[in-house]
Design a protein around this ligand. Structure first.
Ligand SMILES: [Zn+2]
Length: 442
């Protein structure tokens, strides 16, 4: 078969049966972890377990031997920028979702900072319907908190939620106006949807381009201080405590922000946080080596912050791993540090980079996969990210010990901007199944 197959244009026949044999099936939500078989019929998981399927092999059934591989619920990346509409020379729903399934990701959440922004049901419908035609994975979307992300007037959150928005954010920009944020939390509370914040005080950031620290001083460029993030997180949590609702911190980067999240969680507030592989694996020293390919927002921070993120992942303070996949063409990056665009690609490397936490003994495989499956799903009210009878057959087959080297030129994404070029990694997705259909095979 070809490496990619369209799940929606050519949905799997409802009577198509496939048995995945001898896989180490891990379902983080139920803590199931056994060598077993799994049967899919059509787009659903029909059954799984030891000896429950093999003894009575259904006729007309395809059998795939998964010996030596882990079968996980399909991975979910709750923060990607697929640039459609508006900047499809950087990425589009086809190339972005191809990049996703090549990385073992079966569902993504697109951020609404497109052109035009996803601040109306019309744009949300465009994205949803186009994804159904061309995407290789499930595509969800946040809608904007404010109209055209200007931070002033709320969108019609009720209508957008009913049209399928899985949460709200002005990602790329923070909501700077505290009163607007207060109103957004009122809707969050009443609609049970999450408000996801790109936490950055623009006045404190003061047009900085990398982390404020030794490296910014050495390079003579303006830096973004840690308090730029934590001031907004502290403010948002104070509003959340007063109003109610649900808050999600996008791409946490500082120890101070994590401290605030911890205090809020201890109080019982409905708070979640995600971290991106680049923030927990790299520091601002990487800018000296990778230049603008190590420029993103929030920026790579200090070693102390990186260690705090690792500790947050280990203890469960950080609920999810998401990549902030932000494709940019060469021309946008091939500029002086101050002028280049923020962002790096990531959806294709989320799994191998995150597996480092498992190989280094920081997280169990179950706890690591939870951050890219069931935990991520819960944040966006998605009933996926699990292996159970009757669930949608979104699955990722993983070879934990596959040694390989990241080569950006091989990315399926239209963009190649990554500081992980040349990294030696261990483990990768060998097969990606969306709605019962194999959409990628290594
Ligand atoms: Zn952001």
């Amino acid at each position: 078969m070809s490496k990619f197959d369209l799940p929606y244009n050519q949905q799997v026949a409802q009577d198509k049966k496939t048995i995945y044999k001898n896989a180490r099936i891990i379902d983080p939500q139920s803590s199931y972890d056994k060598i077993a078989d799994l049967l899919t019929i059509g787009d659903k998981i029909s059954d799984f377990g030891q000896n429950s399927i093999g003894s009575e092999t259904p006729s007309n059934c395809e059998i795939i031997d998964c010996k030596g591989n882990v079968l996980s619920p399909g991975l979910i990346d709750i923060q990607v920028h697929f640039r459609d509409p508006g900047q499809t020379h950087k990425e589009d729903l086809s190339s972005g979702s191809m990049s996703a399934v090549a990385g073992g990701v079966t569902a993504v959440v697109c951020q609404p900072n497109t052109a035009p922004t996803i601040d109306s049901v019309l744009t949300l419908d465009y994205l949803r319907l186009k994804a159904r035609e061309v995407a290789y994975c499930n595509v969800f979307a946040y809608a904007c908190i404010t109209k055209n992300m200007k931070g002033e007037e709320l969108t019609d959150m009720h209508a957008l939620r009913n049209a399928g928005a899985v949460g709200f954010t002005d990602d790329g920009l923070p909501v700077m106006n505290a009163n607007v944020m207060r109103r957004a939390f009122e809707y969050s509370r009443n609609l049970d949807v999450v408000i996801a914040q790109h936490a950055e005080d623009l006045n404190l950031s003061n047009k900085g381009c990398i982390n404020e620290g030794r490296v910014s001083l050495e390079l003579g460029v303006r830096g973004i201080p840690n308090i730029s993030e934590s001031v907004i997180v502290e403010r948002d949590l104070a509003i959340l405590e007063a109003i109610g609702g649900r808050y999600h911190l996008l791409h946490a980067s500082t120890r101070e922000a994590l401290d605030a999240i911890k205090r809020a969680k201890d109080k019982g507030l409905k708070v979640t946080a995600e971290a991106s592989p680049h923030h927990f694996l790299l520091t601002d020293e990487q800018v000296l080596q990778s230049g603008t390919n190590a420029k993103m927002n929030p920026p790579l921070r200090s070693e102390k912050d990186r260690e705090a993120l690792i500790e947050g992942l280990r203890t469960g303070l950080i609920d999810a791993i998401a990549t902030d996949h932000a494709p940019h063409d060469l021309a946008s990056k091939n500029k002086p540090l101050e002028e280049a665009t923020f962002g790096i690609v990531g959806v294709e490397t989320m799994l191998p980079l995150s597996l480092k936490l498992y190989h280094d003994g920081i997280l169990s495989l179950k706890d690591l996969l939870a951050k890219m499956t069931c935990n991520a799903a819960q944040i966006i009210n998605f009933d996926g990210g699990v292996i159970k009878k009757g669930a949608r057959a979104d699955l990722t087959l993983i070879d934990l010990n596959h040694d390989w080297t990241i080569n950006c030129q091989n990315f399926y994404s239209k963009s190649k901007n990554s500081p992980f070029e040349g990294w030696k990694v261990k483990g990768r997705a060998t097969m990606t199944i969306v709605g019962g259909k194999r959409v990628f095979e290594l």
